[in-house]
Write a protein that binds this ligand. Structure first.
Ligand SMILES: C[S@@+](CC[C@H](N)C(=O)[O-])C[C@H]1O[C@@H](n2cnc3c(N)ncnc32)[C@H](O)[C@@H]1O
Length: 312
């Protein structure tokens, strides 16, 4: 209990600090932030061109919200390693190891938002969640065990099959409704959820702006949206790509493209355009001595954001 209340308090402090950092960044840079960051991005992209696959986001005209979020080349990467979703030592090991920390953030933000008891065994009882880009169900399963009624969707058929087979091993997880589809398809079906969660997905979609609009359309008014991703920083290039893919071999080479990452400011603005106000943000810190992740106010590499859908 002490740990949980510590994490809630820490999360609140991070929220204040991180939003403060963001506000300061925008205030101090104003419009010039956009032009200087664009120049910086051009310089970095040029310098690393041989290492980067070109998939620029911010420079392109933004596609319509209804455009497909599917990037076939990205999906092919996940289809190729789908069998290893539940291999805790395989290519998804980083997600398995990060999961308890991601769940700490999700539990504390969503319990506070929905007025639920974070110390209860099934705090999400009565709430409808969707896990967008659920992969093999690493996150969907614990959410279901915490009482949520969970829909898990992924654009890769193989992922959904693996997720279903694994969930069927557990009576609680077998309540999860898995579907091979996209967020934009469910918008057409007019589906709505109390919380829409998309962890480590936005950096793999074709149209981040439209993707966020679809996540927003799936969120009930005053519902919650949670997104985690990787910052487009030099530190992320060094750690999340060079170290994780080329030195430590945690992930297959080419899993991530630096140019597809969003900075926290870009994510906040993208969500704002989609009628979602970011209320809280935290970073993830890896401790090489313990091999564990923890929440931090350093959002320079991996980070997670909690937002609330504006009332319609
Ligand atoms: C890095 S994995 C994250 C899996 C899961 N969210 C987690 O964090 O444990 C990204 C997942 O997003 C899925 N994906 C990529 N683009 C998608 C899209 N446009 N719509 C739905 N799923 C997508 C991939 O198939 C893959 O399973």
């Amino acid at each position: 209990m002490v740990l949980a209340s510590k994490s809630v308090a820490m999360s609140r402090t991070m929220f204040t600090r991180s939003l403060y950092q963001l506000q300061n960044l925008s205030r101090s840079n104003g419009l010039s932030l956009h032009s200087s960051s664009t120049n910086f991005k051009h310089a970095v992209l040029a310098a690393f061109q041989p290492l980067l696959h070109s998939r620029p986001y911010a420079n392109n005209p933004q596609p319509a919200a209804s455009a497909s979020s599917v990037d076939q080349a990205e999906l092919a990467k996940f289809a190729a390693i789908a069998e290893s979703w539940w291999d805790a030592e395989g290519p998804f090991k980083p997600l398995h190891v990060m999961n308890p920390t991601r769940l700490t953030f999700i539990r504390s933000t969503l319990c506070r938002h929905f007025g639920k008891d974070p110390f209860s065994a099934r705090p999400f009882e009565g709430l409808k969640f969707i896990d967008v880009g659920c992969g093999g169900g690493i996150l969907s399963e614990p959410l279901a065990r915490m009482g949520a009624s969970v829909t898990g969707i992924d654009a890769v058929e193989k992922n959904i099959k693996i997720a279903q087979v694994h969930a069927d091993l557990d009576p609680v997880a077998s309540s999860i409704e898995y579907r091979c589809t996209t967020a934009e398809n469910l918008v057409e079906e007019q589906m709505k959820f109390d919380a829409v969660i998309a962890l480590e997905v936005i950096e793999h979609v074709a149209n981040p702006d439209g993707f966020c609009k679809s996540l927003s359309a799936l969120t009930k008014p005053h519902g919650a949206t949670i997104i985690s991703t990787i910052n487009r920083s030099m530190r992320a290039y060094a750690t999340a790509i060079v170290a994780a893919e080329y030195i430590l071999h945690w992930l297959p080479k080419g899993t991530h493209q630096w140019s597809s990452f969003l900075t926290p400011e870009e994510l906040v603005l993208t969500l704002q355009r989609a009628s979602i106000s970011v209320e809280e943000m935290a970073g993830f810190a890896y401790d090489p001595l313990t091999g564990q992740w923890s929440l931090t106010d350093d959002i320079s590499v991996n980070f997670i954001a909690f937002g609330i859908k504006n009332s319609e």
